[in-house]
Write a protein that binds this ligand. Structure first.
Ligand code: NAP
Ligand code: MG
Length: 462
């Protein structure tokens, strides 16, 4: 058990203002592995002041130099990837292989993409008799969740730094250790003091203080819709910029001409990965009624193979919440064909990979984000019916379409109300804009679109 102290503020680890601590628990066995300080309003204020003081110099740093610092950051993340993977596994519970490839691997790619973008982006353009300057928004307050703990920090930090913004990050209370490791990486990469600051703490205390701070120009939040709504209201009331990455209930639409076995197997893997704790997971599988029973059998077999290889969910509250949803699915008439609500182990926050058949669109398990290893398989009559079901939730973050012919899948994808669609199993692209339609959020992350979130324009007329 390691008792960490200090907040990373103004380029050093300095003592926290208060004496409160947060216990970090390994979800696999419920052991307390570390403690970190619980930040207060004073810590947040100190961090925001440091970010404000560092802003003019960082904003004036030539983009090529900001790019060089981001490239150095990418290199440190790459060099420390084993330590990063082990840390995420310890505090999130994800299997080590997933931690290595995704939790440690994706941030390297994203940091690298912003090193490149900072060097090549047109921060100045000519429009008629005007020169338009793309300037940094200012001080950013970033509030991040635990499900992809380093990715979500890097997906905000890297574009903010590329744009010339400075920032304060408040990571999730469940996963502060990889956030601390990231602060060390930022330091090692030679990013100037005050440009990046980290305050660990509780959402309603440190998170709220950051969102409400008058010297924060943009709040970027990823997490639950409930908290996102509050943060949106605070930011709008104070006329701050706000970016929200919220939940999802994405549809995996398997058209009749698709390779059913492949679509179902990839679909199940997509949901079970990271124990279902993925906002963009395809948690609703839509299958034509003629192939429905076959798909359900394939999905049950695929889920049955996972056992506890997927890892636990993050904490006791999430476990109870997910199991509550599984019970609710049964109560509303859905049929469990794999898994179920019972605990597979005595210790740790484990949930069995679960598949529901006979799910109808209005059921709770077809409407609400469960954030656990639970797949709902729904039946559709024809393409229009499939589209109605696919678009029939308050969310619109991601999705998938499978068809024998790519053009057929694309035609369907064009009609979906959602921010991303994978065609016949298309791969994750760290340069493609990521973000939601409808209540899945406001704004976009990643790539050039993610960079523009951190920029504001100034037009000079000649
Ligand atoms: P959450 O409470 O929304 O947590 C996200 C971040 O917001 C954390 O850093 C959290 O701090 C902070 N926060 C909480 N209350 C706050 C407040 N009043 N003001 C400012 N910041 C605040 O999410 P959660 O409770 O961990 O998870 C609940 C559900 O949210 C999940 O079951 C899932 O449905 C959804 N979720 C979605 C995503 C996504 O990627 N879209 C990610 C995670 C969760 P603490 O860590 O201290 O709570
Ligand atoms: Mg919370």
């Amino acid at each position: 058990m390691k008792a960490h102290d200090g907040m990373y503020i103004d380029g050093t680890w300095r003592p926290a203002a208060g004496s409160g601590v947060i216990e970090v628990v390994n979800p696999a066995d419920e052991e307390v592995i570390a403690t970190v300080p619980a930040g207060t309003v004073e810590d947040v204020d100190a961090a925001v002041r440091a970010a404000r003081a560092a802003l003019p110099a960082w904003a004036a740093t030539p983009p090529a130099e900001r790019a060089a610092r981001l490239a150095a950051l990418r290199d440190v993340l790459l060099a420390r990837r084993e330590e990063i993977a082990e840390t995420v596994t310890a505090e999130l519970g994800s299997p080590l292989k997933l931690s290595q490839t995704v939790h440690a691997g994706v941030p390297v790619a994203v940091a690298g993409s912003y090193a490149e973008l900072a060097a090549t982006y047109a921060f100045e353009e000519r429009v008629g008799n005007s020169t338009v300057l793309h300037e940094p928004v200012g001080v950013v307050g970033a509030i991040t969740p635990w499900n992809y703990p380093l990715h979500q920090i890097v997906a905000k930090t890297a574009p903010a730094l590329a744009a010339g913004c400075t920032l304060v990050v408040k990571p999730a209370e469940d996963t502060p250790l990889v956030a601390r490791l990231f602060a060390d990486a930022v330091h090692e990469a030679g990013i100037p003091a005050g440009v990046f600051n980290l305050v660990t703490g509780l959402g309603p205390v440190a998170g709220q203080a950051l969102a409400e701070h008058p010297d924060v120009d943009l709040v970027s939040f990823t997490g639950s819709t409930a908290v996102g709504r509050r943060i949106g209201a605070i930011a709008t009331g104070m006329v701050k910029r706000v970016a929200l990455e919220l939940g999802g209930k994405s549809a995996n639409v398997i058209l009749p001409s698709a390779d059913l076995s492949r679509a179902v197997n990839v679909g199940v893997a997509n949901v079970m990965s990271n124990s279902g704790q993925t906002c963009s997971a395809w948690t609703r599988m839509l299958v034509h009624r003629d192939r429905y029973e076959e798909a359900v059998e394939l999905a049950a077999a695929a889920a049955g193979k996972y056992g506890d290889r997927i890892g636990p969910v993050v904490n006791a509250r999430q476990r109870d919440r997910v199991r509550g949803y599984i019970e609710k699915g049964t109560a509303e008439g859905a049929r469990i064909v794999a898994g179920g609500p019972d605990a597979p182990r005595e210790k740790g926050y484990w949930v069995r990979p679960t598949v529901f058949a006979d799910v109808t669109p209005e059921m709770t398990v077809a409407q609400e984000e469960i954030f656990g290893p639970v797949l709902s398989v729904l039946r559709y009559d024809d393409e229009d019916d499939a589209l109605r079901i696919a678009n029939g939730t308050v969310y619109g973050l991601a999705g998938a379409v499978w068809a024998g012919d790519e053009a057929e899948a694309v035609a369907f994808a064009r009609r979906m109300d959602t921010g991303q669609v994978d065609i016949n199993g298309g791969r994750f692209n760290p340069l493609a804009p990521f973000g939601g339609y409808k209540q899945s959020g406001v704004g976009r992350e990643l790539g050039a679109h993610g960079l523009t979130e951190y920029l504001q324009t100034k037009s000079l007329q000649f």
